[in-house]
Write a new protein. Sequence first.
Length: 304
Amino acid sequence: MKHNTKITLIILGMFLITQFLGIYVVNHYINNELPLGFETHEIEETGQYNVALVYLLFAFVIAVILMLLLSKLNFAFILKAWFFIVVTIALMISFNSFIPKFLPFNFNILEVSVTWIFISLLALVLAYVKIFKRNFLVHNLTEIFIYPGIAAIFVQILNVYTVVALLVLISVYDIWAVWHSGIMQKMAKYQIKKLNIFSGFFVSYIPKNMKLKLSKMKPAQLRKKKIKVNVAILGGGDVVFPIIAAGVMLKTLGIYSALFVAIGATIGLAYLLFFSEKKKFYPAMPFISTGIFLGIALSYLVLT
């Protein structure tokens, strides 16, 4: 096992919660317009889905190239600004799906809904703390809401065939980026060490043997001791693509199909986390995608 049982269950718990929240958020926007001008148009022709997939893959490639280029040039502020904008937009989309239902008031100020003002300010504050003030609690809490918001944008432009093709391509890229080129490790290290941020779940912990050593030390010794901390991470792409797949199945076969996909993805991730080895990097998407494909297959066997 790559990490201890407690940390593994924390990662799995956050992943599963995000999947369920993602299904809720996507379901909200299947029947409602996205905010901030992100219009959703139901695609009816297969060819349009294929074109949308090509555009999506092109955008993904451009984003990776820009990320690598800006990292190489060490344009930290531009990267942080980019992250800040994306995080803010994603949080606003997610919050807009449920916060209005819980607020006891809703009126306009200069033709702007006070609920929307509240959502915007909350998203801006959390994004600022996440990007510019290092806080692990805020980081992981916002991650749970970011990926449902991102997924809601893309679900409408994909169908079952294109989402399967997307998962296959992303899984192949993940294998190449982790096991062959090492790009994924380089980007993760740059984000953590240079930007003090990470796009994904991030849990730091002290190994059990180190805790035992520290417990035997005096306070004066502890102050001088450099403590080595282990880190458990799960990239944002590993979280958002399963939500997109679940969302596509949600609009295709309904809620049970979406749940099959979410649970399948979680089982795939669990297999990786429980059977991976320490100090080794693994591409998560092939394992997660396998679980998703099993969930999709089960959906068609049981629900059709």
